[in-house]
Design a protein around this ligand. Structure first.
Ligand SMILES: [Zn+2]
Length: 270
């Protein structure tokens, strides 16, 4: 079983913003998953399958999203719901702290989710995970603070905010950017069930050094012609390290509908 897993920061609701994933384009990609018979799963489903004998749909897919962007509630949710899909959303809570501190803008001007809207996503079946408070580069942070104390404080505060506003204790974590450290993984293992990485190319920042993503996750073979790691590194399998799960950025390697389709079809050939 190979489980495809995509990641994005939502759809672009802001002209001039660098996110080229429009609602229309996203809907087109999601329709491909539907056409191929994929059904979305959550981290609870994944845990049940890996460790408790739970069953998965024949063609499972995970739709992950990071950051509390407003589009999650107003564009991504309806686009996924049309096909009966749910998603997993990882929140870095500092963005919301800043918005509430400064005063919540009018709907048209607002970039971020309200806590109430995040609650609506959870009520619709989305699984909510943690993504720190201030979104530090974890590779650099590990050099600055090898004890892991700063990251521990970030994780505790992120979890506390999500608990306070949503009544949910996050069980899963998304590493920030393409940064990773041994110290961060140690803290994440102490607190969460899964840790998820983010594939935008073949490279990662690991303990202060540039490293191949494939080497971080222990997948052999050369990087692919599209600039990403070996295909085998792009799916969740039974052999995946639960704290080094992949996710493929939609804006990068699978943006073109043909590439997206080929990624999903690659899961069926295994
Ligand atoms: Zn992030």
């Amino acid at each position: 079983m190979r489980i495809p897993i995509t990641m994005s920061h939502g759809t672009d609701q802001f002209p001039g913003h660098s996110n080229r994933l429009t609602l229309e384009h996203f809907a087109r990609l999601v329709a491909i998953a539907h056409e191929l018979g994929f059904q979305s799963i959550s981290y609870d489903d994944l845990a049940a399958w890996l460790w408790h004998g739970g069953a998965l749909p024949e063609r499972p897919i995970m739709f992950d999203f990071d950051h509390p962007m407003k589009s999650m509630r107003h564009e991504v949710l309806p686009a996924l719901e049309r096909h009966g899909y749910t998603a997993n959303l990882f929140l870095n809570t500092g963005m919301l702290d800043d918005m509430y501190r400064a005063g919540v803008p009018d709907f048209a001007e607002r970039r971020y989710l309200l806590w109430e809207e995040a609650g609506e996503l959870a009520a619709a079946g989305w699984q909510i995970g943690a993504h720190t408070v201030t979104h530090p580069n974890l590779s650099e942070l590990s050099l600055e603070d090898p004890s892991g104390e700063k990251l521990r404080a970030e994780l505790a505060q992120c979890d506390a905010m999500i608990e306070r506003h949503l009544g949910i204790t996050p069980q899963d974590f998304a590493f920030t950017g393409t940064s990773w450290s041994s110290a961060a993984e140690r803290e994440v293992k102490a607190r969460y069930r899964f840790g998820r990485l983010w594939i935008v190319g073949a490279e990662y920042q690991v303990d202060g050094k540039k490293t191949r993503y494939a080497d971080l996750v222990g997948v052999p073979g050369e990087d692919e012609a599209d600039g990403g790691p070996p295909h085998a590194a792009r799916y969740i399998t039974r052999d995946s390290d639960p704290y080094r799960l992949p996710s493929l950025e939609i804006n990068a390697l699978v943006f073109e509908p043909a590439a997206f389709r080929s990624y999903l079809e690659g899961a069926l050939r295994a």
